[in-house]
Design a protein around this ligand. Sequence first.
Ligand SMILES: [Fe+2]
Length: 263
Amino acid sequence: MSETCACVEAWFEAFFASHGAPTATDAARLELKRFHCEMVRDEARALARHLELPPRQITLAAVAGLCHDVGRFPQYQRYQTFSDPQSVNHAVLGVQSLNRHGALAGLPERDRTLVRTAIMVHNRHSLPPALASGRDREALTLARIIRDADKLDIVRIMLDHFNRPGEKDPVVFLGQPDIPGRYNPAMLEAIDAGRIGSYADMTSVNDFALLILSWINDMAFPWTRHQFFVRGHAKGLFAQLPELPQLATFKKRYFEYYAPTSS
Ligand SMILES: [Fe+2]
């Protein structure tokens, strides 16, 4: 607890509890995000430790990880969606919530800025050039840690939901239709070109699996890419895709290019 700041943990729990869920489905969706925040906190802390960062930066990774998605609670309460294009930018909403409640008041100003920055950029397609330049090394490292930790835990959530029997939750799958055999070749092109896929190019839940597979191109640390394979995430995502020759070829290419040679 001390490595996350007890006051931030307490605020997080109280803030979550202040967002009522009218139905069991609402409660499950909000709980999914609460648990996701805790998992990203733990992933970010593990990554920061792996990088042998100083204790202060390990604490900041844990704080930013825990708080990165607090905007999801008011977003869902107001709009009943986790889709930013259909509502608001949840990163901005999260930082506004932290500011309004003085949730980071226990941290020095510099550290508050670092945490806010990491949260603000965690859901951007790419990092803003000024941050990516690395002039502020601490800010860049923290932002990268949160983006990597977030990706790893989203894979866990999505695989869990992919593997559940029955209808797919439209809020979790951002309204993508479950149409067997449908996928957008633009997703494969993006991955082959070393890019990440675009949410706007998704046409089905299959594209959601491909989108997540494309994140390998935006994982900043070798540790994260390694975890993606050794935890079976890549394999699990490919298992969701239809059995089509072009996808089988693509899978072979993907593993040959990205899989760590030791796994
Ligand atoms: Fe997020």
